[in-house]
Design a protein around this ligand. Structure first.
Ligand code: ACO
Length: 399
């Protein structure tokens, strides 16, 4: 037997599969999805079990190294990540060079790209020790960079990480603490954020992960590859959807047009509008992450004593859409992004930070995929073909 690409090459055919709807770009042992049945597993473990029983760093270990860590392994990993949270002082000043209204996703991707200038050892992608230390640096520093992007947008002073705190608690303090008063972490908030991050940790060959692999296949260092992944995540059809959902809910509220009317406009494809947070390339029955996020939305808002009309609008939108033939026929269901924005808002994050939170969540998956790609002897530089549609050869005009 020969693989399809060898067959196509021998027979002179080129397959056109725009959007890679039916083309595998790689083999992978990290994450399994059955989109028809709404199944998602990390290294064989059901997402429902992972989300209820684990922590962000434990899941990161699972994704990156393939097995659940022992208590000692996890303790050592946690300790290492805490030890590497500090940014070089020059990199802290890097934030001053950007405009005050810079979108935090642009700040994030730029600062991650800049990390490779401080850690040139990462250029040696074939050295396992360098890959290991870069992994720890990324996990430790991305949340700090993200919190600085947030603080910068508020015009507030940047705090130093408090390494006596857990991963998530440290992140919350960096975002919501200040120099004037002590910051008490709310355990409800901490638990809920940890859970949301876990739900985002990996999702096989989505646009950003495929970008990380494609850039990595050129033997570019891991910081450059992940910076590219962050930029791919930025778009509203991918990670940017969580920010877009909240904007959509707020616009529905402000316009007073009502949910039914809005859904009609979506169905008529007025100005190309879509129901943001709905639909998925792979999930065609339900997104299991969305089910878990919806549960969290109710719990978190109740625990924080927040009442948000936008949650009611989201629920009404979901009910109207799920009963409508347009959405039924196209198998469009809420995806992970539909309810996350409402929770992040209740936690106090501005909407421009939502996709940044997704990026922190997705980081372990990007790292695991980059490492799997880097260690696989079958990896080749990614280089898609094209079908040329331009003109035939032309004579240069006499002028
Ligand atoms: N609202 C309205 N109609 C939609 C939506 C939507 N959210 N999503 C798809 N459709 C319609 C399309 O218009 C198309 O209709 P048609 O057959 O009449 O032309 C049909 O459903 C198929 O849509 P495609 O764009 O071909 O589906 P694809 O698999 O390429 O896109 C995607 C998937 C990008 C997620 C799409 O559903 C979408 O744009 N959703 C809204 C944005 C969003 O929530 N993105 C987050 C995805 S999850 C994530 O990245 C974490």
């Amino acid at each position: 037997s020969i693989d399809i690409s060898t067959f196509m090459k021998q027979t002179g055919y080129t397959a056109l599969d725009q959007g890679f709807v039916n083309t595998a770009s790689t083999r992978s042992a990290i994450t399994f999805i059955d989109g028809d049945k709404g199944i998602l597993r990390y290294r064989g473990y059901a997402i429902e079990d992972v989300a209820k029983n684990s922590t962000y760093l434990e899941v990161a270990w699972l994704l990156i190294y393939g097995e659940l860590p022992t208590a000692d392994q996890l303790g050592e990993f946690d300790e290492k990540v805490r030890r590497h949270t500090l940014l070089h002082e020059d990199l802290r000043r890097f934030f001053d060079a950007l405009p005050p209204n810079a979108h935090p996703m642009s700040v994030l991707s730029s600062a991650v790209s800049a990390l490779s200038t401080y850690y040139e050892d990462s250029l040696n992608v074939r050295d396992p020790e360098q890959v290991e230390i870069s992994t720890i640096r990324l996990l430790a520093k991305l949340p700090v960079i993200a919190a600085y992007a947030h603080k910068k947008s508020l015009g507030q002073a940047l705090l130093y990480p408090d390494n006596s705190l857990s991963f998530v608690d440290n992140f919350l303090k960096l975002n919501f603490g200040n120099h004037a008063e002590p910051y008490e972490v709310n355990p409800v908030l901490s638990k809920a954020l940890d859970r949301l991050l876990i739900l985002h940790e990996d999702h096989e060959q989505n646009a950003s992960t495929s970008t990380v692999r494609l850039v990595g296949s050129t033997e570019a260092n891991i910081f450059a590859s992940i910076s590219a992944g962050i930029n791919a995540l930025y778009g509203p059809l991918h990670g940017g959807a969580n920010e877009a959902v909240l904007k959509m809910l707020a616009e529905i509220k402000a316009s007073g047009e009502g949910v039914e009317k809005f859904v009609e406009r979506v169905k008529n494809k007025e100005d190309g509008i879509r129901l943001m947070g709905f639909g998925h390339r792979v999930y065609k029955s339900f997104d299991p992450r969305a089910t878990l996020v919806k549960e969290s939305a109710d719990e978190v808002l109740a625990a924080l004593g927040v009442k948000d009309d936008l949650l009611d609008i989201a629920k009404e939108l979901e009910a109207v859409a799920l009963a409508d033939d347009y959405f039924i026929e196209r198998r469009l269901y809420p995806n992970v992004d539909f309810y996350t924005g409402v929770i992040y808002k209740a936690m106090g994050f501005p909407s421009r930070m939502f996709t940044v939170l997704f990026a922190i969540g997705r980081l372990p998956g990007w790292i695991a995929n980059w490492r799997e790609m880097n260690e696989d002897p079958m990896t080749k530089i990614g280089r898609p073909q094209q079908l040329y549609t331009g003109s035939e050869v032309r004579n240069w005009p006499q002028r």
